[in-house]
Design a protein around this ligand. Sequence first.
Ligand code: S3P
Length: 172
Amino acid sequence: KDLEKLDFNIFLIGFMGVGKSTVSKALQRMFAMDVVEMDEIIAKRNGMSISEIFELHGEEYFRNEETAFLRESREKKNMIVSCGGGVPMRQVNVDEMKKSGKVVLLTANPETILEHVKHSHDRPLLENNKNVDYIAELMEKRREAYEAAADIVIATDGKSVYDICEEIITKV
Ligand code: S3P
């Protein structure tokens, strides 16, 4: 498949630390697509880190920023959008993604997630909760919304980034 000819976007969703950013960057290298990192753009626009946005403006403000960003992507195509983990929790966000693209859900075990987020410092929801039980609990709360949003589900445990990218390209 020649991704440069895709007339839609690919939205990568999934839990914090599942590897959305890593997979996006690999897709960019392999297929020369535009990659958009939602958290990064929102942080830049606000001139502060995600943690600072949560602290200063609150979570609701951050969620509105996510929705506003997705509305802007409506007119674009051929992008890979690496979404923040909370994006599928709002139905308007899901509707917006479906308008311009396919939604790909990446999944992994809580143990894998913990391994990935252990040393990260800009995830306010995990700041004091970096343990398998909390991750499993939040993951369970989100499972239904994640699955309902997804056009394609890819279980990533035990797979290389390369294999995950191949699987995405084959399935979209
Ligand atoms: C969040 C996930 C984060 C970031 C924010 C909230 C969430 O993105 O948007 O900290 O609610 O799951 P990542 O999934 O890239 O960590």
